[in-house]
Ligand binder design. Sequence first.
Ligand SMILES: [Zn+2]
Length: 279
Amino acid sequence: MPEGPEIRLAADEVANALVPRRTTRVEFAFPELQRFEKQLQGHCVTEVATRGKAILTHFDNDLVIYSHNQLYGRWYIAKKGLYPDTGRQLRLAIHNDRYSALLYSASAIEVWQASELTRHPFLARLGPDLLSEAVDAETVVERLDSKRFRQRQLAGLLLDQGFLAGLGNYLRAEILTHAGLHPSLKPAQCDTEQLRKLAREIIDLTQRAYRTRGIINPPQLVARLKQKGLTTREQYRFNSYGRAGEPCHFCGTAIEFSNAGGRKMYFCPGCQPAPSPRK
Ligand SMILES: [Zn+2]
């Protein structure tokens, strides 16, 4: 499942092809949406926004196409009218005189008035989006320390899209390792300095993943790993995620793995000591 940074990168590609151009044709596969084809034709796409894992394609007539890729949805950008050779089902096509933005496979697709979006049942439940809203560390600390979230274990909390939108499995594992916090800890068990560090890592690592297209290890570490012969992206991008049994790059302890709740959780027992039972 792509996480916030991958969705934001996909949205950037859609924006590069569509903004601020006028559409020549818009096509929906779902019959209930086809009445919007005429309403969107000949209008300019003004913005391609993201909220967590949802993409919002805004038009100059106040209409917005909401799409959520779920597991299999995928955007392709093609030269106008050139469809890629894929066995996937085309769900949505937005054409202008230069490009076609094509959304394939199982996806939730809806058309909304921009002014009504605050009532969208999925969007209304989302927490702030770190890549499309200006969220500072103080705001994240306040959320961590709020009544609603402070008694939740960090492992579950960081995946809750109502807490912050866009975090997924790999970001969760890497954020907690960098913050030095065991996944079973609750914000209520952390001191102020720990919460501040966690908030900073949440913001910094999400933005780094966006900038580097998913490479979480710090640049100096990546350079060192490459010198040691770890030259493929999969070998140097993460410290904890997907590295069970391998030594932590920061302290050398073997990374551990648990499968709590069916979601793969990786952590470093050296960097992330288990909470003392008295806390
Ligand atoms: Zn470690």
